[in-house]
Design a protein around this ligand. Structure first.
Ligand SMILES: [Zn+2]
Length: 293
C-alpha cells in the first residue's frame, strides 16, 4: 500500500520534536509485589524516550523479562548488569514493535533463554527475531495470565499478575498510543480496551511512563476520547456533504492538535475512517479521493 510503517512514523516525529531523548535511564523500581521495572532509552514515539522493561518474579528470581526493547549497547549493558545475578526464565514480548523487541535477541542469546510471544507477533518478527514459544489468550506463563488485546498491534498481549496488568502499548503513562491503519485496527483496539476494563486488575503498567494506579478510570477516559474523535469524524463527514479529502477532514477533526503532530493524527484519522467504512457509516471514493457518509 506504500504506507509508512509505525517505526518510520516514529522516526519522522522524532525529527519534528527534538530533545526528547535527553532523559537518563531510570533505575530498577518495585511497582507491584512481583514486578520490578527498569526504563531504558529506546527509539520510540516522543515525548516518550524510554521503554519499560518489566521483571516478573520473586526478587531472587527466576524472572521473566518483558519487552527488553532497547537496541542501544549502553542500555543493554545496564540491563545485563541488573540481571547478572538473577536466573531468567524467558523473554516475554507484548508485541512486535522495534521499541519493544530491540534487545530481545541479544538477551535471549546471551542468557540462553526462549523468547515467547503471540503467534501474530511471531509472524511479524519472522526473519528478524526467532520467537521460540507461542502464547495464546488465557495461557498461564511465569505466574501471569496472558490476555490477547489486538488493536495497536495484531498480536498484542497484556500480562496480568495479582492486581496488575503489564499493558504494553494499550495505554501510555506518557505520550499517546498510535493506531496506525497499516497494521493496527481501531475497532479491535476499542474492543480490547473494553475487555481490559471488564477485567480485575486495576493497576496498569504501561510500556512508556509510570504505573497507572486507577486503570479502570484511565481505560474509561481512553474509550471516551476515541469515541469523541470518531464522533468528530462523523460530524465532519456530514458537514462535508458531497465529500471531503483526507487533508480537509484532518484540519477539521484535529483542529485542536498541534500541526507538527498531524502526520500522526492523519494515521489515526485513517484508522477511524477504516472503522467507519467497515461499519457502513462512511464511504471512500477512490477515484475522487473523497470521503463521505
Ligand atoms: Zn507499539
Amino acid at each position: 500500500m506504500g504506507e509508512p510503517g509505525i517505526e518510520a512514523l516514529y522516526e519522522q516525529v522524532r525529527k519534528l520534536i527534538p530533545g526528547a531523548d535527553d532523559a537518563p535511564a531510570l533505575g530498577l523500581v518495585q511497582v507491584a509485589p512481583r514486578i520490578r521495572v527498569l526504563a531504558l532509552r529506546t527509539p520510540t514515539l516522543p515525548p516518550a524516550a524510554h521503554t519499560n522493561v518489566y521483571l516478573v518474579g520473586p526478587s531472587q528470581g527466576p524472572v521473566a523479562v518483558v519487552d527488553p526493547g532497547s537496541p542501544y549497547p549502553d542500555q543493554q549493558a545496564i540491563l545485563d548488569t541488573i540481571l547478572a545475578e538473577l536466573p531468567i526464565s524467558r523473554v516475554l514480548l507484548t508485541h512486535h514493535h522495534g521499541d519493544h523487541v530491540g534487545g530481545a535477541a541479544a538477551l535471549a542469546a546471551h542468557r540462553g533463554v526462549p523468547i515467547a510471544a503471540h503467534p501474530a507477533t511471531a509472524r511479524r518478527l519472522d526473519d528478524i527475531i526467532e520467537v521460540t514459544e507461542l502464547i495464546e489468550d488465557g495461557d498461564e506463563i511465569d505466574g501471569t495470565i496472558a490476555v490477547h488485546t489486538p488493536g495497536h498491534a495484531e498480536g498484542h498481549l497484556c500480562f496480568e499478575i495479582d492486581d496488575a496488568s503489564i499493558a504494553g502499548d494499550m495505554v501510555a503513562g506518557v505520550g499517546t498510543i498510535l493506531i496506525d491503519p497499516s497494521e493496527g485496527d481501531m475497532a479491535l483496539y476499542l474492543a480490547s480496551l473494553e475487555r481490559m476494563r471488564a477485567r480485575t486488575p486495576t493497576t496498569l503498567l504501561p510500556a512508556h511512563g509510570p504505573p497507572i494506579r486507577d486503570g479502570h478510570a484511565k481505560l474509561t477516559e481512553y474509550l471516551a476520547h476515541r469515541r469523541m474523535r470518531e464522533q468528530r469524524v462523523l460530524d465532519a463527514l456530514v458537514a462535508a456533504g458531497a465529500g471531503a479529502t483526507t487533508d480537509v477532514l484532518l484540519s477539521v477533526v484535529y483542529a485542536d492538535t498541534p500541526r507538527m503532530l498531524w502526520p500522526l493524527a492523519e494515521r489515526s484519522l485513517l484508522a477511524h475512517l477504516a472503522k467507519l467504512v467497515h461499519e457502513d457509516h462512511a464511504r471512500y471514493d477512490a477515484a475522487g479521493g473523497r470521503w463521505s457518509r
